[in-house]
Design a protein around this ligand. Structure first.
Ligand code: AMP
Ligand code: MG
Length: 489
């Protein structure tokens, strides 16, 4: 039965968890993109599909009768500094939707105008960051990474003033929820333990229902979020992805990638790589992401302490034991993912050294991350082919390749099969910075979506690439290199 099924569970909780707020109308909305496949999954009525009626809803010009718009309240540590009230300053939850298989999703407008949490911001989003989030979030989805998704993007017809005036846009994004670590910090900072409990029960019911029957449901919630984040960060790492602003308000309780800002996939491998120009200390560098996730989860645990035990010392002990599990889970997941990337089916502990040595060699030779793993499948039986071309240190590469080939031989699996598996694991095309930047420039400067559409299409099937798009697989030429990405606020 194809019926659009709506919930307003967060709205039903009322204040202080959220504040009702309508979108602010825009002058002259125009379609940029619409995700038909996702619309079908959400059972969104076809009257909204790429239509004038849909344009009115997804620009914020009309509030349909099924919506109950609200801004969610949250706090957060931004670059390590606690801000007790952030909240949805430029985002509005329209409604929650149940899919045919009972999955629960938020539909949220981003850039639809000021809210009670906008502080000094305009509540708007420029075109560039909207297109970036659309492309990168959909690319992550196609790569099997838990993520928010993009349902629609529209131009507003109004200008947004940033460093320069930029065309304004609204992104409609979809997530299992937009609840963050900062949502809990907000309640904990107010010392409102009763509402903290209400909210924790709500989150357990919505995201981790199995926790409800555990002896200590809130400790089980902490463990579930730790496990989800440990997996998520390992996936990011295995793709050379850098989130860029891992503030606690940008870390989803559901373990999805959320709040795409100055994010990027790395080109040449450098564990200290940062793209966000505001991240001058490298806090959110590629190699620092597990450490930061663990730090963020510690802030989550601190918020939950009053619920973990009536005895403060015991609460800390319980939380600490769960938090200590993060590193082991994250490393085990990373080992599994990286092993698959180099064709190892059942990794053992010593494979970690093989992987570390490859990463060190890649870093010393500034090998392109994605290209190197993609080319590796052609080196399984001939170490002078495939990835060899990326290493100036020929001897270093030959030594590593010999160890690797010996390890592959021990598996007694046909090498052709191994290289096929590797090609289904290592993407041929990722949302490279210079491509995303070129698509944004073409859209912003020439009102032309050709490159955006081509890239979007190619990213939907990341493990294969048509000949027309062969250039998408290549690292940037020196003159194409993008050193910074932008926050988009
Ligand atoms: P972000 O950098 O997107 O994680 O945002 C950090 C905080 O600033 C969140 O509370 C946002 O809602 C808020 N914010 C970001 N951009 C704007 C804007 N243009 N207007 C109002 N609030 C904003
Ligand atoms: Mg944010």
């Amino acid at each position: 039965m194809n019926s659009f099924s709506i919930r307003h569970s967060l709205a039903a909780l009322g204040a202080p968890f959220s504040q009702p707020c309508n979108p602010t109308p825009v002058s002259a909305p125009q379609w940029l993109a619409f995700n038909t496949e996702l619309a079908a999954e959400l059972r969104l009525p076809q009257q909204y599909w790429h239509s004038d009626e849909g344009l009115a809803v997804f620009s914020g010009n009309t509030v349909p009768d099924w919506a109950c718009p609200l801004a969610h309240a949250y706090a957060g540590h931004q670059f390590g500094n606690f801000v007790p009230q952030l909240g949805d300053g430029r985002a509005l939850l329209l409604a929650e939707v149940l899919t045919a298989n009972n999955q629960h999703f938020d539909i949220q407008l981003k850039g639809a105008g000021q809210t009670p949490f906008s502080r000094r911001g305009d509540g708007r989003a420029p075109l560039g960051p909207v297109l970036r989030e659309y492309l990168v979030s959909e690319a992550m989805y196609a790569l099997g990474v838990p993520t928010t998704r993009a349902l629609a993007a529209v131009l507003t017809g109004d200008w947004v003033q940033r460093e320069t005036a930029e065309p304004g846009a609204v992104l409609t994004r979809v997530a299992s929820s937009h609840i963050r670590i900062g949502s809990f910090q907000y309640l904990a900072a107010r010392g409102d333990h009763a509402r903290l409990k209400t909210f924790a029960d709500y989150v357990i019911n919505r995201h981790y229902p199995a926790c409800a029957s555990e002896a200590n449901p809130y400790l089980a919630l902490l463990a579930a979020v730790v496990a989800a984040q440990a997996k998520l960060i390992a996936k990011w790492m295995s793709l050379g992805f850098i989130h860029g602003v891992m503030n606690t308000d940008n870390m989803s309780i559901a373990g999805e990638t959320i709040d795409y800002g100055p994010c990027a996939f790395m080109d040449s491998f450098n564990p200290a790589q940062v793209y966000s120009f505001i991240d001058t200390q490298g806090r959110y560098a590629w190699g620092n992401q597990p450490r930061i996730a663990s730090w963020n989860l510690t802030r989550f645990a601190e918020s939950l302490l009053p619920l973990l035990s009536v005895q403060p010392e015991q609460a800390v002990e319980l939380a600490t034991a769960v938090l200590q599990g993060f590193n082991g889970q994250n490393e085990a997941e990373f080992l599994q993912l990286m092993s698959a990337k180099i064709g190892i089916v059942n990794p053992v502990a010593t494979d970690e050294l093989l992987i570390r040595d490859l990463l060190n060699l890649m870093s010393a030779n500034t090998a392109d991350f994605s290209q190197c793993f993609r080319l590796l499948s052609r080196s399984v039986s001939n170490s002078s082919a495939g990835a060899a071309e990326l290493f100036a240190d020929k001897q270093g590469w030959a030594n590593w390749a010999a160890r690797w080939q010996q390890r592959l031989a021990e598996q007694s699996i046909d090498l052709i099969q191994i290289s096929q598996q590797m090609d289904n694991t290592n993407p041929a095309v990722i949302a490279r910075n210079h491509l995303v930047a070129a698509a944004i420039a073409q859209a912003t400067e020439q009102a032309d979506l050709t490159l955006f559409n081509r890239l979007h299409q190619a990213l939907a099937t990341p493990y294969s690439l048509s000949d027309d798009n062969a250039d998408f697989a290549l690292p940037p030429k020196p003159q194409q290199l993008v050193k910074n990405t932008f926050c988009g606020t």
